[in-house]
Design a protein around this ligand. Structure first.
Ligand code: HEC
Ligand code: HEC
Length: 206
């Protein structure tokens, strides 16, 4: 009898262990499986997977370290920009360049301010849960100093983020029925245009 109980017990462990590896949440598994593949030319780390919902994986469910509270990606302008040299079969308009050094300022439901955080050269930023563990809803704004500008620009989200830690879950690529569009710094490309990062000045460029 005792042995029987034990056997069931270990089977239970085995099952829950397996479920943990697979996140224990089928909805999250499906969303992770649908994401574009890791770019083999970008090191796995702060520069990888720009535009993707970071916290989906970097969470206790997703299981990838570090566990993040908030993360996202920020781009230069609203909408698509002309592709300077479209190769055969390539689109004539492409995603805008990402922008580094954009500060992201947030407050949580208790009015606690986020620690200073800014985007890297592929536009990614993140705060680990250890750095900031906000109580939702969270207020967010961004601040950016244009290349030629003297005055910094600020844009705030009018509504508060209810509980989604990944900015990119809502700000997912082009604006359409499923997305509010990328988080951007300027309505239009300045003149001279904002240069995309290059392999020479940014480790995250493939
Ligand atoms: C599909 C899942 C997935 C997504 C989406 C994802 N990551 Fe990761 N990330 C990983 C994995 C797996 C690792 C490697 C973890 C390890 O080594 O334990 C990693 C590692 C990292 C690390 C390095 C941690 C270290 O200790 O060196 C950082 C930083 C990071 N990711 C940032 C991001 C950011 C920012 C985003 C969103 C723009 C993002 N990740 C999106 C899965 C993901
Ligand atoms: C739950 C979905 C959702 C999440 C998550 C989210 N946003 Fe938003 N965001 C919106 C919506 C919807 C709008 C437009 C309405 C508004 O401003 O509230 C918006 C607007 C904005 C704007 C203003 C854009 C403009 O044109 O003025 C900024 C800046 C912004 N978000 C930044 C962020 C940042 C930074 C994060 C992550 C910390 C984030 N958002 C996370 C849905 C989201």
């Amino acid at each position: 009898m005792k042995a029987m109980v034990q056997r069931w017990f270990s089977l239970g462990l085995l099952l829950s262990g397996g479920a943990l590896v697979a996140c224990g949440n089928p909805a999250v598994d499906v969303r992770i499986a649908e994401l574009p593949e890791e770019d083999p030319n970008v090191p796995v780390g702060e520069f990888h997977r720009p535009g993707q919902p970071c916290v989906l994986c970097h969470s206790s469910y997703g299981g990838d370290a570090p566990v993040m509270s908030i993360a996202g990606t920020i781009y230069a302008v609203k909408g698509l920009v002309p592709n300077p040299e479209p190769a055969e079969g390539e689109p004539t308009r492409i995603a805008p360049p990402p922008v580094g050094d954009v500060s992201v300022l947030m407050y949580d439901a208790f009015g606690r301010r986020s620690p200073p955080v800014a985007t890297n050269c592929v536009g990614n930023f993140y705060l680990t849960k250890e750095q900031w563990d906000p109580v939702f809803p969270v207020y967010a704004e961004i601040e950016f100093t244009p290349p030629e500008g003297t005055q910094s620009l600020r844009a705030a989200m009018a509504t508060w983020i209810q509980r989604e830690g990944s900015c990119n879950t809502c700000h997912n690529g082009d604006a359409n029925q499923g997305s509010v569009g990328r988080i951007y710094c300027m309505e239009k490309m300045p003149d001279p245009p904002f240069d995309p990062p290059t392999k020479a000045n940014c480790n995250g460029v493939p």
